[in-house]
Ligand binder design. Structure first.
Ligand code: DX5
Ligand code: ZN
Length: 217
């Protein structure tokens, strides 16, 4: 399906070579670049913050899609706008005032995403749709790449039906590979994050492997 966006997660890239890795995946067919920000508090892993994301920006020619797995979110929204995020996605579980977060994200000039952990029902997203440009349905508990896909197709279908003809993306993230991608796409997801399934077997010296992996999703 040509309208599906593939968003490789640089969580699975070589952390000593982000610039080259970003250029390699874009040259090999990535539609968006997915950037996983973790704080060691909302999730039990740490990645990078606004200065690193700002350093990625000049390498990204497509869309910089920043997934915040941090709490709180609001004190950092302006920093991610200055870092050049196109999409900024926050978790509904990260704080008590998600409407404010989405409003502030749009006010800062970014597209606003809201993410749902696997344990959070579809209904949590429904009152937010008019403030959201994307709903991220997590298909693993966030924190690490390479985890086993959890079937959230019923949740995706419920949200897709509620969206109707509004221009709101449904993104999935976690355990997406050539087997699971068709399941979530059929349910209504149009943006597929993949980390290990894109980067496995390749490197900046053998970028064609990334291209084969992306094409297979
Ligand atoms: C999980 C991250 C994902 C992760 C996906 O916490 O949000 O973006 O990198 O990795 P895979 O595709 O390996 O499950
Ligand atoms: Zn992610």
């Amino acid at each position: 399906d040509r309208s599906i966006k593939i968003a490789p997660s640089i969580l699975s890239a070589d952390f000593a070579n982000f610039g080259q890795e970003i250029r390699a995946i874009e040259a090999q067919g990535a539609d968006w670049v997915h950037v996983d920000v973790m704080d060691g508090h909302f999730v039990p892993n740490l990645t990078f913050g606004p200065p690193a994301v700002k350093a990625f920006r000049p390498h990204v020619k497509t869309v910089m899609d920043v997934h915040l797995m941090i709490a709180p979110v609001d004190p950092y929204i302006e920093a991610y706008a200055e870092a050049g995020a196109d999409f900024l996605t926050a978790h509904v579980e990260a704080g008590p005032h998600i409407h404010r977060t989405l409003q502030a994200t749009r006010a800062a000039g970014m597209k606003a995403g809201v993410a749902l952990n696997p344990g959070t029902p579809a209904e949590a997203a429904l009152p937010l749709l008019d403030l959201a440009d994307m709903v991220l349905v997590m298909t693993v508990n966030p924190g690490f790449g390479g985890q086993k896909f959890l079937d959230m197709t019923a949740k995706i279908r419920t949200i897709r039906a509620a969206i109707g003809d509004r221009p709101i993306h449904i993104q999935v993230d976690g355990g997406i590979d050539p087997v699971t991608a068709p399941l979530v796409a059929e349910a209504g997801a149009d943006s597929l994050v993949a980390g290990s399934a894109v980067f496995r077997g390749g490197s900046v010296d053998t970028p064609g492997v990334y291209g084969e992996n992306i094409a297979a999703i």
